[in-house]
Design a protein around this ligand. Structure first.
Ligand code: HEC
Ligand code: HEC
Length: 342
């Protein structure tokens, strides 16, 4: 710590320290000796002044919030801002950053190693931030944030001035393929506060986490996203309100039409990962869907297939709200095993 602190000052001493020394004398008014050449003739005085200015010089070399804000703005505020920020953590102003998340403070002045924010961007704490990574932050960007914490969370010149409140969700350009990058901010802002380990409701509801591409498409017990088939995806039924309870559970507000459309398009186009690679159809995996029977082979807008072994309970009729369990067939179609009125 001491050696590190000394080093940061020792390197620019010839050049920077001298200018700093001059300005210190300037601002210290009557306290400093009037004779400018005095320090040269009194080496002990120079040494004393250097020791006195050490902490100041150090703070000056550390970064300030205004260096950090553009990084947060570009890589973090898409999820960490607004009325329902990820983890309850807003990173769009110094004030809200210092408030921390629903779990507590994320930065500790002078203690980078105790600061969850730094641990997240380094990947020492998981999931690594930004959630959209890779790419994660560059070493240079991480260094700026680390110095800011080490230097005591200085506000910088524009103290009190806040970065603009929100960055719009990145939308695909017309004709551009929808990838996980486009939908991830919606899941992060509106869903991950519950659908994560240790979220608002404790363990993820139904064991379903919405914190990464892999988890969103996971099919341990059943799939909620069927690549290529939005209507067979319970996730889509939930955000549309066709299946109960409508998601997000803390709505209204629910997702707006544009957000729902984006998620539907993402799934219809293969539920691609951040790199644009479509996901395979999870043939043979289980589904559990709810919705309204619109014909004897339709659940809302989904055409399904009844086989010889399909079990039908409680005599469901068109117009009834039903629960259906089945498996995904080779082409992404739903083959029903059990259909039951609810
Ligand atoms: C795509 C959305 C998204 C982006 C972008 C994102 N985050 Fe997060 N962040 C989340 C979610 C979701 C969580 C909660 C995950 C968890 O801890 O289980 C989270 C959690 C955190 C936490 C943990 C809070 C705590 O107290 O445990 C920190 C710190 C954090 N993010 C910082 C950042 C920083 C810094 C950036 C930018 C470099 C960033 N995040 C970018 C979605 C995002
Ligand atoms: C306030 C907490 C909360 C939020 C926010 C939330 N959920 Fe849920 N979600 C739950 C609970 C609890 C359940 C289980 C109860 C049920 O199935 O109705 C659930 C169930 C689900 C299911 C059904 C899982 C299954 O196995 O069939 C899906 C899909 C889902 N949520 C998606 C979402 C999506 C997408 C969002 C964001 C747009 C979201 N949830 C936001 C709490 C939440």
């Amino acid at each position: 710590m001491l050696a590190g602190g000394f080093e940061t000052v020792a390197i620019p001493m010839n050049f920077k320290q001298k200018t700093f020394f001059t300005s210190w004398r300037g601002t210290a008014c009557g306290a400093a000796p009037a004779n400018r050449s005095g320090s040269g003739r009194h080496p002990y005085l120079l040494a004393l002044l250097l020791i006195m200015t050490l902490p100041l010089a150090r703070a000056q070399s550390a970064s300030v919030y205004t260096d950090v804000a553009p990084i947060l703005q570009e890589r973090c505020t898409m999820c960490h801002s607004g009325g329902a920020p990820a983890a309850g953590l807003r990173l769009d102003s110094l004030e809200s950053l210092l408030e921390g998340s629903t779990r507590g403070k994320v930065v500790v002045a002078g203690a980078p190693e105790d600061s969850e924010l730094l641990r997240r961007i380094r990947g020492e704490s998981q999931p690594r931030m930004p959630m959209t990574g890779p790419p994660f932050l560059s070493d240079a960007e991480i260094a700026i944030i680390e110095q800011w914490i080490a230097g005591g969370l200085q506000a910088g010149k524009t103290n009190g001035e806040q970065a603009s409140a929100t960055t719009p969700t990145p939308r695909p350009a017309a004709g551009e393929k929808v990838t996980y990058l486009h939908v991830a901010p919606i899941f992060a802002k509106r869903c991950a506060k519950c659908h994560t380990e240790n979220g608002l409701m404790g363990p993820a509801p139904e064991g379903y986490r919405l914190t990464s591409h892999q988890e969103t498409l996971a099919h341990r017990e059943r799939v909620r996203v069927v690549p290529g088939n939005p209507a067979a995806s319970e996730l889509v039924r939930r955000i549309r309100g066709q299946s109960r309870a409508r998601m997000p559970l803390d709505g209204p507000p629910y997702l707006d039409a544009e957000e729902i459309r984006l998620i539907e398009d993402w799934i219809a186009q293969g539920a691609a990962n951040a790199g644009g690679e479509p996901a395979p159809v999870p043939v043979g995996t289980r589904v559990r869907l709810q919705g309204r029977l619109t014909a004897m082979n339709r659940l809302d807008d989904l055409e399904f297939f009844i086989g010889a072994n399909t079990r039908i309970d409680k005599n469901p009729r068109p117009g009834d709200y039903v629960e259906m369990r089945g498996r995904i067939g080779p082409d992404g179609r739903v083959i029903v095993e059990r259909l039951r009125r609810r």
